[in-house]
Design a protein around this ligand. Structure first.
Ligand code: UT7
Length: 414
């Protein structure tokens, strides 16, 4: 006997029919979100013993974005994700799997992906987070590609999102100047048509485990008044070792992915590297033998946004005409772990579809809060003080990224 569902049961969306395996996968949508508030090097000069010249010369960073108190990793991920779904011409319910790459989740549980699923109005996708630090987006993209080509999913939303400014020690000048907040996303969709050359390379070097890490809050060292007093809830980094790893791995990972795609480096139109430091990016260019005009750079305006950096840069590269239909591109990242990963592919989506992202209003997308929510102000005190009283914003800057127009800033449209 079949038991009828209770009258109050929510309508269950129709499950898709089984899909045949071994199909092709392509990026069908892309999107990004950057919070409005800008933190300049001049602002940081008011917080720690640093200066604009040091930061620009050593890192290429001019400014980074800071999430507002009401924003979280999930809220930024949901906006970027909704934009990518709109660009793909899909409805949120057509997404079968949501992957969020992040090292700054809203909570330990549930996953940030589960929060994103609800916020974008998807009722039927599986959802999970991917933890591979700054390489997270590349790892999540590789997972999405495998799901689609194996026939387990038709459309996968892949998001890289980070809210790093809440995990920084604003007395540590070696880390707090580097990182910023933001999110980027793509939709990976099944295609019956062959999608051109494609290669993926992923690696992890475990001896790098404690080169970038956040000591407390996990099962090894649960959060306590003592761990907080020791500042173990902040990101720590061995900058020089990390720099060496990055310059060692990025070009070789990119070359491995290019080779797996059956391509020659000369056939690559644009490389989108993890935006950690312009000197590291220049080293990748040198390692690949590429001029800088074949490398995409926006680290000067966003700083290092970890797992968000590649999809944020990818969306900007497509929307500004740097990537055209049929271009061969590579995205490549490295990060804590030490992880690294690269993807070489032929771009097969119409860049004009990017205009559809304008239909998504960031203020209309909300991540639901728990009923008994009584949060403390999430923004670190030193940062809140500086943001509350903006200093002079006319930072005299070298042209870190050749050819880029000078711009004035503070609050900019999301
Ligand atoms: O997604 C992966 C994330 N991590 C990275 O990408 C980090 C990779 N590493 C780097 O990008 C670089 O190592 C840094 C930018 C972090 C540092 O640059 P560096 O050229 O390796 O500088 P350093 O650590 O050797 O420091 C040189 C000097 C030191 O002073 P002394 O000892 O020579 O007197 C530092 O104390 O610069 C000092 N310093 C600063 N000075 C002004 C360190 N941070 C600052 C600062 N402002 N913010």
């Amino acid at each position: 006997m079949t038991v009828p569902p209770p009258a109050s049961a929510p309508a269950t969306p129709a499950r898709p029919s089984p899909v045949p395996a071994a199909r092709f996968a392509r990026i069908s949508g892309w999107g990004s979100y950057a919070p409005r508030a800008v933190l300049t090097n001049a602002d940081l000069e008011r917080m720690v013993d640093t200066n604009d010249d040091w930061i620009v010369t050593r890192t290429g960073i001019r400014e980074r974005r800071v999430a507002a108190a009401h924003e979280t990793t999930a809220s930024m991920a949901a906006v970027a994700g909704a934009r990518a779904i709109a660009v793909a011409g899909l409805e949120p319910d057509e997404i079968d799997l949501i992957l969020v790459a992040t090292l700054t989740p809203d909570y330990w549980m549930p996953s940030t992906a589960a929060l994103v699923k609800e916020a974008i109005g998807n009722r039927r996708a599986a959802a999970m987070d991917v933890a591979a630090a700054c390489s997270g987006f590349v790892y999540a993209y590789a997972t999405a590609h495998a799901y689609v080509t194996s026939g387990m999913a038709r459309h996968v939303l892949v998001v890289g999102a980070e809210l790093l400014t809440r995990f920084l020690d604003y007395t540590d000048r070696s880390t707090c100047i580097l990182f910023g907040d933001g999110a980027g996303a793509v939709v990976v969709s099944a295609s019956d048509e062959p999608t051109g050359p494609h290669g993926i390379e992923l690696t992890t070097e475990p001896q790098g485990a404690y080169m970038i890490w956040l000591p407390a809050g996990g099962s090894k060292s649960p959060s306590s008044a003592e761990t907080v007093a020791r500042g173990e809830h902040f990101i720590r980094m061995e900058g020089k070792e990390t720099y060496r790893f990055a310059t060692r791995t990025l070009a070789s990972s990119a070359l491995a992915a290019i080779e797996r795609a059956g391509l020659h480096p000369d056939e690559i139109d644009l490389v989108i590297p993890h935006q950690a430091n312009v000197r590291i990016i220049e080293a990748v260019a040198k390692g690949l033998g590429f001029p800088m005009d074949r490398i995409f750079v926006n680290v000067d305006r966003f700083g290092n946004t970890s797992a968000a950096s590649v999809p944020l840069a990818l969306a900007e590269a497509v929307d500004t005409g740097r990537i055209k239909l049929g271009d061969r591109i590579v995205f490549v990242a490295f990060g804590a772990g030490f992880t690294s990963g690269a993807v070489a592919m032929e771009w097969s989506a119409d860049p004009a579809s990017g205009a559809r992202a304008a239909a998504i209003d960031p203020d209309a997308i909300r991540v639901r809060l728990p009923v008994d929510w009584d949060s403390v102000d999430p923004i670190p005190a030193q940062l809140a003080d500086v943001l509350a009283s903006p200093g002079p914003v006319d930072v005299p800057l070298d042209d870190v990224v050749p050819g880029e127009p000078a711009r004035s800033h503070k609050e900019v449209p999301a």
